[in-house]
Design a protein around this ligand. Structure first.
Ligand code: G
Ligand code: G
Ligand code: MN
Ligand code: NA
Length: 256
């Protein structure tokens, strides 16, 4: 109870912060993106990573106002980068949505309002859902995701391969991107079996005509293995760590 109240207060007291991790094309070329990742600047405990509070927020429902804040704040900042720098106009912004948010009847309206309010374009926004969220979507959830997709918003499956691995949803939901979980990236540069599994996931994404992002790239060797497999995009500490918005804006300027 007390922790839930503290977390809800954090939203109102501006204690949340959003950091951005670059998502880059692996074979050169255009198509830079960023994933918005929330942190809690706790007055006593310092900067907390989502691992310390997101699951709890999901249980209590506090993740709904938190997620809405992250969406609004990241769209607001990204709209600012676009206004300041023409090279940022093609930038894609990915934002994580929790299971609780996806079942909100007001989801589509909320997102439409945030886009209108911030001026961030729908076709530059991608919503990341985990496999568990979309395992057995209700008719209303499918309708909501279809409405978002019709607005031009992208739908990405986060942590792909770690959930319940039902592939049927890839046909019934308007998915546009698969994000291969980092557990499938670890070891691809040293272990042929791990390489083969990651390659199979990339081929699967291609067979469904989906864009594919590899997460958790930690070495140059992993990056080049993924590029060789034809994986379109990558994200990870080897490429760039999550960073505050002002650092990301500078990076966009220097990347020209
Ligand atoms: O860097 P990292 O520790 O930031 O994130 C850990 C986990 O928290 C990831 O699985 C990520 O998807 C999740 N996460 C980060 N930001 C958000 C957010 O704004 N909303 C939700 N629901 N999950 C988030
Ligand atoms: O939404 P998702 O589960 O994909 O969240 C991304 C999480 O992965 C964040 O916690 C982010 O800080 C973390 N992350 C990003 N790149 C790397 C990486 O190269 N290695 C590891 N171990 N974690 C990473
Ligand atoms: Mn994610
Ligand atoms: Na992940």
């Amino acid at each position: 109870r007390a922790r839930d109240a503290e977390l809800r207060r954090a939203v109102d007291n501006d204690e949340l912060v959003v950091h951005f991790q670059p998502v880059v094309p692996l074979s050169g070329g255009p198509g830079l993106g960023v994933e918005a990742l929330v942190r809690w600047n706790h007055p006593v405990r310092g900067l907390l990573m989502p691992g310390a509070f997101i699951d709890f927020a999901e249980e209590t429902g506090a993740v709904v106002p938190i997620g809405e804040w992250v969406l609004r704040e990241s769209c607001r900042q990204a709209a600012g980068w676009r206004a300041a720098n023409p090279d940022a106009e093609r930038l894609r912004l990915s934002v994580n949505l929790s299971a609780r948010q996806v079942v909100q009847p007001t989801l589509v309206e909320t997102i439409r309002d945030i886009l209108a309010e911030t001026g961030f374009p729908a076709d530059r926004l991608v919503l990341e859902l985990t496999e568990s969220v979309i395992l057995q979507p209700s008719e209303q959830t499918v309708a909501r995701l279809n409405a978002l997709r019709e607005m031009g918003i992208g739908i990405s499956v986060d942590d792909f391969g770690t959930g319940y691995a039902a592939l049927s949803y890839l046909r019934s939901l308007p998915v546009t991107v698969l994000k291969i979980d980092r557990s499938f990236v670890a070891g691809i540069d040293t272990d042929p079996d791990a390489y083969a599994v990651a390659e199979a996931l990339v081929r699967l994404a291609q067979a469904y005509k989906l864009q594919v992002v590899a997460e958790g790239i930690e070495t140059a060797a992993q990056r080049s293995c993924l590029a060789d497999m034809g994986c379109g995009y990558g994200q990870g500490y080897h490429i760039a760590r999550p960073m505050p918005g002002d650092a990301l804006a500078e990076l966009l300027v220097s990347a020209g």
